[in-house]
Design a protein around this ligand. Structure first.
Ligand SMILES: [Fe+2]
Ligand SMILES: [Fe+2]
Length: 150
């Protein structure tokens, strides 16, 4: 069974990615700060789209009480997320630190769009820590319990 990152979450990632891509083309300290964020954010987003977000594709079906045997395929992803969780949170902290520098450089350059971007990405990371990652882990736990897989 294949699991696709829910469209709304993929669209949010793509929008953040696109804004940052513009930022990396800015000159001086602002551009350099954007590149520093991009170097941290890009590999992090790839990991999320590999194993942290696709399990959420099952939420709708699970909420309707529909559990099917092929859903056990999701356990490879949710086990990977659980194992990587500390590392993902450390990456968030590094990204947020880099965003503070980006925000300061954006204020200096009077480019408010990147101040807003820094706020949006910081909030995005917080949403993932409080909602997205725990929800993905619970998908795995629920599938495991429901199907009696250990
Ligand atoms: Fe993300
Ligand atoms: Fe993240």
């Amino acid at each position: 069974m294949r699991f696709e990152t829910p469209h709304a979450l993929k669209a949010e990632h793509d929008e953040l990615h696109e804004t940052l891509r513009h930022g990396t083309k800015e000159s001086g300290a602002l551009g350099a700060a954007a590149v520093a964020v991009a170097e941290l954010m890009h590999p992090h987003f790839l990991k999320e789209e590999e194993y942290a977000l696709p399990p959420l594709a099952l939420l709708g079906q699970l909420a309707h009480g529909a559990v099917t045997p092929e859903m056990t395929d999701v356990l490879a992803l949710t086990d990977k997320l659980r194992a990587a969780l500390d590392e993902m949170l450390t990456e968030h902290q590094a990204i947020v630190d880099a965003l503070e520098k980006l925000s300061a450089a954006a204020k200096e350059a009077r480019k408010t769009e990147y101040v807003e971007f820094a706020e949006a990405l910081t909030l995005h990371a917080q949403t993932e820590e409080e909602v997205t990652y725990p929800a993905a882990i619970l998908v795995g736990d629920y599938v495991r319990k429901s199907l009696g897989v250990f």
